[in-house]
Design a protein around this ligand. Structure first.
Ligand SMILES: [Zn+2]
Length: 499
């Protein structure tokens, strides 16, 4: 290319950048953040009622299958924990994405934590209105629901008959098991209270969980300000399944777990969480039901590990015992993927000094256990500030929610540096993540790229033809660093992010 031609292209490129810069907003939209938690789930209210029950009434509660609730000991929810868990609740898969794991929630867990049966008939809270019209009248059900206060008054009467039973169930549902976001107590619950004698035959565990998922999903879609559902279950489930004593062994626990967690126990636990630096720094305890989780979705990965390994062993998989170690240079490992082995489902650890190869799930666990200090943890939909030093060629980013790995790549170009994001995943994997990359210069100037992170089963060596952000030299800091902000959007937010 002649000098004249070159300057023509440089000029054109400059014009394109200038147009782009004037068009791009200088400030990226900040993700919305919920700071307060509004809920009608109130263990303390139910505890007050329980403490006043006569022995006949307690017997009646047990006969209905709600005896586990009588062991309730705590009064308040830990709202910041609940909020933290709500943000990590995947309502489509019904699991909590925490501590590098995806912990599924089952009706059996509700039984374990809350003492409600996890088998039996499905609870159906709908039907023709005339069937419950008498009950609606006797409970003064209005458009706002059945008043919790009225129920409290009814429950003061020391009788243990049908009225008491119905009032107690309504009260327990409305204050703990299935509070809605808006109503006092939903009159639709009257549908399954027409025949109080069969109340013990229902699968209340499934009911609690289904309602929780529904309410959390509505909350996440920001359809409602408040959040319904049994947040106490969510809180205690976390305490029971994430250990903070440095071991991964499940602690011997009382059943239902509800009976173990009084205010003192909760205070102590919260204190420990703080010492560890916040929620999510404990270990997911070894429970058989979680073991196969990452493998379930991709049954072909099962040959990598025997199916009955515990989470603990799973996390400690090293290149040696996984049986897939290949003592090659990392660059060669990467070559292997870019060549004929495109169909391979394995990924290579992005760190050049490490030769681990495994499924992306194994790699996530490997990275968080072996290279904790070598990457940066981030949260989806939230901007992360990063500084790349002159010698940094890449930076590994790991999602707090699900442990997924991304690599921020940097190469030297003639006009400056090229920066782009890839995701560590086999190329054939279909899911794509949208990301924003912003580099700020001096004064008001900033550069921004919105693109999709391509899947690449390891670190990128030499740029494949993907979108990148070209950072001109004048954006480089005094000590040669590039300061940038990266925001990776979760796949659920994809539509919002790309619109
Ligand atoms: Zn490694």
């Amino acid at each position: 290319m002649s000098l004249e031609e070159k300057s023509k292209y440089t000029q054109q490129a400059r014009e394109v950048w200038n147009t782009y810069l004037t068009a791009a907003p200088s400030q990226p939209p900040k993700p919305k953040k919920q700071t307060k938690l509004v809920t009608r789930c109130s263990p303390g209210r139910l505890l007050n009622v329980i403490q006043r029950l006569t022995s006949e009434q307690k017997e009646a509660v047990k006969n209905m299958g709600f005896g586990g609730l009588l062991d309730l000991r705590c009064r308040t929810l830990r709202r910041s924990l609940c909020l933290w868990l709500l943000e990590r609740f995947d309502t489509r898969k019904c699991c909590l994405k925490i501590c590098g794991h995806c912990i599924p929630l089952h009706p059996k867990d509700v039984e374990h934590v809350m003492g409600l049966a996890s088998d039996g008939k499905e609870v159906i809270n709908s039907g023709p209105g005339d069937v419950i019209s008498d009950l609606r009248l006797s409970y003064n059900a209005t458009n706002h629901g059945i008043s919790v206060h009225n129920l409290e008054e009814k429950l003061l009467i020391p009788e243990a008959g049908e009225d008491f039973k119905r009032s107690f169930i309504l009260y327990a549902l409305g204050t703990l098991i299935s509070p809605t976001a808006r109503l006092d107590v939903s009159p639709s619950f009257l549908h399954f209270l027409t025949n109080i004698d069969v109340i013990h035959q229902f699968n209340w565990g499934k009911f609690l969980l289904d309602r929780l998922v529904r309410e959390v999903s509505r909350f996440q879609q920001r359809k409602q300000h408040a959040v319904g559902g049994c947040l106490l279950f969510l809180q205690l489930f976390y305490y029971e399944n994430v250990s903070v004593d440095g071991t991964k062994a499940p602690c011997p626990t009382t059943i239902p777990c509800l009976s173990f967690w009084g205010e003192d126990e909760i205070n102590q636990r919260e204190k420990r969480e703080k010492q560890l630096g916040g929620y999510g720094f404990g270990y997911v305890v070894c429970k058989e039901q979680y073991v196969n989780l990452p493998l379930h979705e991709n049954p072909k990965h099962r040959d990598d590990l025997s199916a009955d390994r515990s989470v603990q062993e799973f996390e400690d998989v090293s290149p040696i015992d996984s049986g897939v170690r290949e003592p090659k240079e990392t660059s060669k490992v990467i070559d292997r993927f870019s060549g004929s082995a495109q169909t391979s489902k394995r990924c290579a650890c992005p760190l050049p000094e490490c030769s681990f190869i495994g499924s992306s799930e194994h790699l996530s666990l490997h990275f968080s256990s072996k290279h904790w200090d070598s990457g940066r943890r981030f949260q989806y939909n939230s901007p992360l500030s990063i500084s790349l030093s002159p010698t940094d060629r890449f930076l590994v980013l790991q999602a707090e929610e699900d442990g997924k790995l991304f690599v921020l790549n940097k190469t030297v170009e003639s006009l400056g540096f090229a920066v782009m994001l890839t995701r560590v995943e086999p190329r054939l994997f279909e899911e794509r993540f949208v990301y924003d990359l912003t580099v700020r210069g001096r004064g008001y100037s900033s550069l921004r790229l919105k693109s999709t992170a391509e899947n690449f089963p390891g670190r990128v060596e030499g740029f494949p033809p993907l979108d990148f952000l070209l950072v001109p030299l004048r954006f480089i800091g005094d000590s040669g660093e590039i300061s940038l902000e990266v925001c990776i959007w979760s796949s659920e937010e994809h539509g919002e992010a790309s619109s």
